[in-house]
Design a protein around this ligand. Structure first.
Ligand code: SAM
Length: 456
């Protein structure tokens, strides 16, 4: 894909990795104390004018009372009633700030806490990214993502499967569409189709490109019960013809499809299998461009993921802290109160302080086949992956939690969103405000990998 796409120009270029401190810095700077100017505006500066005015107001009041004489009681009652009314109105206006904050309503929470960094401190709990061999990065920029979003929203609104519970939501549908369109493959392969939503997404990106779909249950079976998508230019290895990705005779299949350059093939995995296993199988077959839908964070998910493989492996003596009184434990338990999928130390750490994978387990096949691995194996796995990794790119969430009202994934462990919190007008302009909020809840760090043999 490096050549032959984008008019023969290289799709990739080297950049220094974005440092997570940018977000941290921003979160911290938003909490700096008021400037002198702020203070004088609010009447808290050194000169207290109210002191000089007080005798004057006092004189006016006593003059007024002496004029109304014994009739001042009804006036006082009226004034008290007026004050009470004012107080009640103000209470009603601000009630959401201190009466009914929903535990999982981030918008209300941000209003309540202010920008205290809860929503934007990626990196505070470690940076779980894999490092590419030569520091290569993708060519597309956040501007390209924004342009893509504008185009994709109306397409997404025409999707045949409106309720894709257990399948992809908006963020990953956008990511798959965007990458397929950018990479312009000659063949797209998907493993794990469910009702066919991801097949439909790939078709929107590449109207004429053949697709191969491997999935145990044929999507047409779902058509009997409700919406599903079956593609006319797709070879299905499904139902009685199902073959697992690792057992396909790829040489034969690719020859039948007239594919000679494996660099022009994109493989999309949404099959909940151990991603290390899938990478090894893909590399053996010669594929280079892989997208993994569920790139679960450490301590979560039903299969071993890229994130788990690369998390903190480079820290001498081990990464995350399992001590109950550690800073990490405190931050994690705080965040657990706000984000459904945030992981506290108790969930993170298994017996013997095994924090890697999911409590020391390398999971596979929808949590049906799990193996305990040692820290040393975790370390070796990360070394192996990084030795074959040309590019590692995580799709950012499309928009900040105060905009999407997503309440599941923890922003402390995800990259800054394409549309950052506070950019309400941009969110609306892109059409994102028209979508049901539930479609933003499925973000699990979709990742694009470009791989090549170690040492190359
Ligand atoms: C999360 S769903 C896929 C969702 C789909 N991509 C979408 O966008 O709606 C996972 C799918 O993987 C399928 N699956 C299970 N084992 C598999 C395997 N070994 N190879 C390929 N697919 C598998 C399941 O039957 C299921 O349809």
């Amino acid at each position: 894909m490096e050549r032959g796409v984008n008019n023969g120009q290289s799709l990739w270029h080297s950049q220094s990795p974005k440092t997570p401190t940018t977000m941290l810095d921003r979160a911290l700077s938003s909490r700096r104390p008021h400037s002198d100017a702020d203070l004088s505006d609010s009447g808290e500066s050194g000169t207290d004018e109210s002191k000089t005015k007080r005798p004057h107001i006092y004189l006016l009041a006593s003059n007024f009372l002496s004029r109304i004489g014994h009739q001042w009681w009804p006036c006082l009652i009226l004034a008290l009633l007026f004050l009470l009314l004012l107080l009640l109105t103000s209470l009603a206006f601000h009630s959401s700030s201190f009466v009914c904050i929903s535990r999982f309503d981030p918008a209300a929470r941000i209003g309540f806490f202010g920008l205290d960094g809860l929503e934007s401190d990626f990196g505070a709990l470690g940076v779980p990214w894999c490092r590419s061999k030569h520091g290569k990065e993708v060519e597309w920029t956040s501007k390209d993502l924004l342009k893509g979003l504008e185009e994709f929203v109306p397409i997404y609104e025409t999707r045949p499967i409106k309720n894709n519970m257990h399948g992809m939501g908006f963020d990953h549908s956008f990511g798959l569409w965007f990458m397929a369109r950018w990479l312009k493959p000659e063949l797209m392969i998907e493993s794990g189709a469910f009702k066919g939503h991801s097949t439909w997404v790939m078709r929107q990106a590449m109207p004429d490109t053949p697709i191969i779909s491997l999935t145990p249950r044929h999507p047409e079976k779902y058509l009997r019960k409700g919406p599903a998508y079956v593609d006319g230019n797709c070879t299905y290895f499904a139902g009685k013809d199902f073959v697992d990705f690792g057992s396909v005779d790829w040489k034969n299949v690719l020859r039948k499809h007239g594919i000679t350059d494996l660099n022009r093939v994109v493989v999309f995995f949404d099959d909940h299998q151990n991603e290390l296993k899938r990478i090894k199988q893909a590399l053996k077959a010669g594929f280079r461009h892989l997208i993994f839908e569920d790139n679960y964070d450490t301590g979560t998910g039903d299969h071993y993921s890229l994130r788990q493989i690369c998390d903190q492996s480079y820290i001498k003596g081990g990464g995350h802290s399992c001590f109950k009184d550690s800073d990490e434990a405190r931050i994690r338990s705080k965040r657990k109160n706000f984000w459904e999928k945030a992981v506290d130390t108790e969930e993170l750490c298994g017996p013997g302080e095994t924090w890697w994978g999911v409590r020391g387990e390398m999971r596979d096949d929808f949590n049906h086949s799990n193996t305990l691995i040692s820290y040393n194996q975790h370390f070796q796995n990360s070394r192996y992956v990084e030795s074959i990794l040309d590019v590692y790119w995580e799709l950012p969430p499309v928009a900040g939690p105060s905009l999407t009202h997503q309440s599941r994934y923890d922003p402390a462990r995800s990259t800054p969103p394409v549309v950052e919190d506070g950019r309400h007008r941009l969110f609306q302009r892109l059409g994102l405000g028209r979508l049901d909020k539930s479609v933003f809840n499925g973000y699990t760090q979709m990742v694009y990998l470009q791989i090549s043999k170690a040492g190359s």
